[in-house]
Design a protein around this ligand. Structure first.
Ligand SMILES: [Zn+2]
Length: 202
């Protein structure tokens, strides 16, 4: 079953909780009373699943807590297990960019299996794809996710926790790789089938 990811939205009844990432019902209330004007400045949403709360500024409809870097949604055509890893990484991105990078590396590893590789040794999988003549830009994107992910596991030159932007880029990279290798293939196949069907009709 395909489960869509519903990002947190102000005053929405249900969404994927920014704490537990479960799609759950939210109970809304008001908080932060401005006693001078006698009005509430913030709204608060309680997650029915983990019982934790998020705090929102009414004026801008922005989530103030938990603080979250908004990552793009995962590519629709990614398999559910990869989307789960992706969303898990998105949740912890603020608290630990390093851990997020390690998870994104794992997501790439899973993606390799989809592409017919073993998914165990990322370096050799990427090399295999390269030898099969895969687009050079995509090979480069895979290499970046691999190297940054390795760096997250065995800290080297880059301190990822000091550069959350690096982690953020990996989310875009994974989507880019999925778009090129999965989505475009699906689109091409659909078109091909359409033409095939039209030919059969005649
Ligand atoms: Zn929750």
């Amino acid at each position: 079953m395909e489960i869509k990811y519903y990002p947190p939205v102000f005053l929405q009844n249900s969404f994927h909780c920014p704490h537990c990432n479960v799609y759950s019902h939210m109970k809304w209330g008001d908080t932060c009373l401005d006693s001078y004007y006698n009005k509430y400045l913030c709204s608060i949403a309680f997650c029915n699943h983990c019982k934790k709360h998020s705090i929102w500024l009414k004026e801008t409809k922005e989530m103030l807590y938990p603080k979250k870097i908004n990552t793009p949604l995962p590519n629709e055509d990614l398999k559910e297990n990869i989307k789960q890893i992706y969303n898990e990484a998105a949740i912890i991105l603020n608290d630990s960019p390093r851990a997020a990078c390690a998870l994104m590396r794992l997501a790439l590893q899973e993606l390799m299996k989809e592409l017919g590789e073993k998914g165990k040794d990322l370096a050799s999988d990427i090399l295999n794809l390269k030898n099969k003549g895969l687009d050079e830009q995509i090979i480069k994107a895979c290499e970046i996710v691999r190297i940054v992910g390795n760096n997250a596991v065995h800290p080297g030159i880059i301190d990822i926790n000091d550069n959350p932007e690096i982690a953020y880029c990996l989310f875009e990279m994974i989507n880019l790789i999925a778009e090129k290798l999965i989505t475009q293939k699906i689109k091409t196949e659909k078109l091909f089938n359409k033409i095939q069907n039209l030919k059969n009709k005649k």
